[in-house]
Ligand binder design. Sequence first.
Ligand SMILES: [Zn+2]
Length: 92
Amino acid sequence: MSGRTRARARPERTCVGCRERAAKVELLRIVAVEDACVPDLRGTLPGRGAYIHPAMGCLDLAVRRRALPRALRVPGLDVKALRRCVEQTEGC
Ligand SMILES: [Zn+2]
């Protein structure tokens, strides 16, 4: 991990679960709405966003290390809706 080059054409984000960088399009954007994590499937919700691979492994990692509340600056986030969405995304 050296340098911080920014390729504008292919934006990258860091997954809050496994901490690997990936193309933004491969990650699921998450925003906090009230006290819940909401998957922003169309990438249009306003507010602070966090990015994660749509994979259970990454979600579990993110939950275990409390990465989402930290990234979204909302303590005690509910990830139930997000978990359901990842389950569905992963299944197909
Ligand atoms: Zn990941």
